[in-house]
Design a protein. Sequence first.
Length: 472
Amino acid sequence: MLFPTATFAIFFMIVLPLSWLLQPRGELWRPFIVTASFVFYAAWDWRFCFLLAFSIAWNYVLAAAIHRRRDERARKQLLVLALAGNLGLLGYFKYYDFFVTSTNNLFALAGVDLPLETRSILLPVGISFFTFMGISYVVDVYRRDFEPVGFGTFASYLSFFPHLVAGPIVRPGELIPQLRTPRDPRYVDTSRAFFLIGTGLFMKVVIANHLAANIVDQVFGAPNQHSSLEVLVAIYAYAVQIYSDFFGYTNIAIGIALLLGFTFPQNFDAPYSATSITDFWRRWHMTLSRWLRDYLYIPLGGNRGGTLLTYRNLMLTMLIGGLWHGAGWTFVVWGGIHGTALVVERWWRGRPGFVERPWTRGRRAWHRFVTFQVVCFAWIFFRADSFADAWTLVHRLFTAWGEPSPLVTTGVLAAIVVGIGSQYLPRRFPLQVMAFFSRLPVPAQATVLAVGLLVIHAMGPEGVAPFIYFRF
């Protein structure tokens, strides 16, 4: 069930009033919201509802068992069991075919023919997101950072439909306390919710879909048939497309949760205005960045073991983060590029006698430019279907100048400018827009929303493509 569709609109118009009607009675609201979330998830494939139910039961039972134990060895064994169950499911559904193919290819180089066969396993939508949320709950209980909650509350936390299929990754301490306290409709910031949903729809339906349909899919689908200019613009267009697509989704998700009375953490903060790769990861998919830091980088040792071990931990974190995004070596290379950049930046700042120079306008602009080029180069491997396609794009980028470039249109360039330029707007701008909207009379607000939706519908292509992060 896609957010920008009539089906979801009908679903939400039913869920929203019933949710507020039942909010004062948690014993009724929690089963209702879990049922609604399962209906939402079943719209993709009802069979995977059993997988979601298993994930809820598995993490709830083992977290409770960990909490009850006093013996540290027993607690650690239960934690390993919980992690094995979570990662085992994720590994089977997401990585089985990848590992089988990679193993077969490796042994084939030595002349050994293994009898391993791929199974063409269908990837359950959102499995990476609710698996990571389940892991964070179990680990937080193990660390005694969080007390276990009742089954209904935990089921609501893990299955809550606004975040279920593509995040943001909401930690237990960020959502569960809200689920345990009845929401008050008088304190819902509807202006912010409608602003987030409106901007999310525009970025997804207009910007991301336009770039995908008019240049990105064509160039990446046939990389050897396009000019250098088309390849260059397509790379920048994909950078804007994936940002607009995922930023748009999370804005809609945060806005929908807000209308239901719940606050989600911010997931993006103008990432293409970053002045370094380190800064980029403080701004891009922020809930994943913090998750990788707290549940992978720090447990690996973080920066506590000396310089070389810090570099190792940074690289491992980014390689695993790359693999999390997709079952393919191109994603590992994407993570490796970012990991290498993070290591180089850490080395540069750690040199003896290094002193950070004050920022000037020119120096900041140069750092932003270089950072954006590194990010865009890495996106080539993230988007390409294979290494061959990625290297073909890199080759064509330098060897096909002067050839016709019909895909480089005014509309494509305008969408890129809007996507990047929106990240340089003053931080007060959305607050001013929301304040202006909130002061309008209700009929005027309804008119603005209706006109905005009509404009988005008119500017968007026919149909709505699935969100990119649904397959991660």
